[in-house]
Ligand binder design. Structure first.
Ligand SMILES: [Zn+2]
Length: 211
């Protein structure tokens, strides 16, 4: 075991954004069991090195996702895009599943491969009410099942500013399970990354751009 305390500022250098780095922190501290993210080939080496140094298993999708040209859509939904079996295509990003449990990382690949959104969502730790909500509402014609929320824990309105406390679409603004996840995540940030917690709270309390 050569694990060392990981700081968000270091994690961002490897994973590329606050919200991705935050999720890795939650994974390291046991608040999340599996994390799913897309990475381009040039980003992968650092991610793989980080994982092997920190005892995290990494499983890779057997396809790449070629994202839509529309940048705005891409920032919101990394799962929207064409699946391509051509792993040598540099324009595509690989979906990566990270877990301390090797079996769970591979299971996530399997669920995504077989398009089993429900089991994938549950494995990623999303509340079952929100998984059901996503399965019933997400489609090609409705690719943004985001609800308006002025609750800081379920508010996804600041995703573009990379500022959220949960990583799933909540079924409703006052979904108690989502709020619990958001509170646990915030509590950890306040304990070990208090500056980030302050910034996140400031942004999330500013509800000006609520939809
Ligand atoms: Zn819910």
């Amino acid at each position: 075991m050569n694990e060392k305390i990981q700081r968000l500022s270091d994690l961002i250098k490897v994973f590329g954004s606050w919200s991705k780095a935050q999720e890795i922190l939650f994974l390291l501290h046991g608040l999340k069991e599996v994390v799913r993210h897309g990475f381009y080939d040039f980003e992968l080496k650092a991610v793989e090195e980080f994982c092997s140094a920190n005892n995290i298993f990494l499983a890779k999708s057997p396809f790449k996702i070629i994202l839509n040209e529309n940048k705005e859509i891409n920032q919101k939904f990394s799962n929207l895009g064409l699946k391509s079996p051509d792993l040598s295509d540099n324009k595509g990003m690989s979906m990566i599943y990270l877990s301390k449990d090797e079996k769970k990382a591979h299971l996530a690949v399997y669920y995504e491969q077989t398009n089993n959104q429900k089991e994938l969502g549950l494995l990623l730790g999303y509340p079952s009410c929100c998984v059901d909500y996503f399965c019933q509402n997400f489609s090609a014609s409705n690719n943004n099942p985001e609800i308006a929320s002025d609750n800081i824990f379920t508010n996804l309105a600041h995703r573009e500013e990379d500022c959220v406390l949960i990583s799933h679409f909540p079924c409703k603004a006052d979904c108690s399970e989502s709020i619990k996840i958001g509170k646990d995540n915030l509590e950890l940030l306040q304990k070990i990354e208090s500056e980030r917690a302050k910034v996140a709270l400031n942004v999330l309390k500013n509800t000006d751009n609520l939809q």
